[in-house]
Design a protein around this ligand. Structure first.
Ligand SMILES: *[C@@H]1O[C@H](CO)[C@@H](O)[C@H](O)[C@H]1NC(C)=O
Length: 118
């Protein structure tokens, strides 16, 4: 059985040179804005913070990500680094984006698939 650590390393490595890698994690909506991309992305209501350790140099900042939960998609801009998500594939959506996938009262949803789109 492949250890989670090995698998995670492979995914992290793939993320640095591929924009087609699919990830799966938990999505929340309350942790945006603590660590904006540098330089900052254009203002958008549909935003996502992605695990900071997957993009240590801010790679792919301001690119677009499609997140899918139970067959519903939302396209969001990668505008922030999610420090609390380091070591996972969990993401934090803006409240407007989360609300497309589930009621805000739910708080967190899993599994959410996410992938970069052009
Ligand atoms: C990521 O989400 C999973 C599933 O909900 C959870 O068990 C795990 O603790 C989360 N990891 C981080 C770093 O938040």
């Amino acid at each position: 059985m492949i250890s989670t650590r090995v698998l995670f390393s492979a995914l992290a490595a793939a993320a640095s040179f591929s924009t087609a890698t699919a990830f799966t994690g938990r999505a929340s909506w309350d942790s945006l804005g603590t660590t904006p991309c540098v330089p900052a992305c254009p203002a958008s209501d549909f935003r996502v913070a992605l695990p900071s350790d997957l993009f240590p140099g801010g790679e792919s900042c301001c690119h677009f990500v499609q997140a899918t939960y139970q067959g519903t998609n939302v396209v969001v801009q990668f505008t922030d680094l999610f420090l609390a998500g380091a070591g996972s594939q969990n993401i934090s959506l803006s409240d407007q984006a989360f609300a497309v996938l589930a009621p805000l009262e739910v708080g967190t949803i899993f599994p959410v698939d996410w992938i970069f789109v052009s």
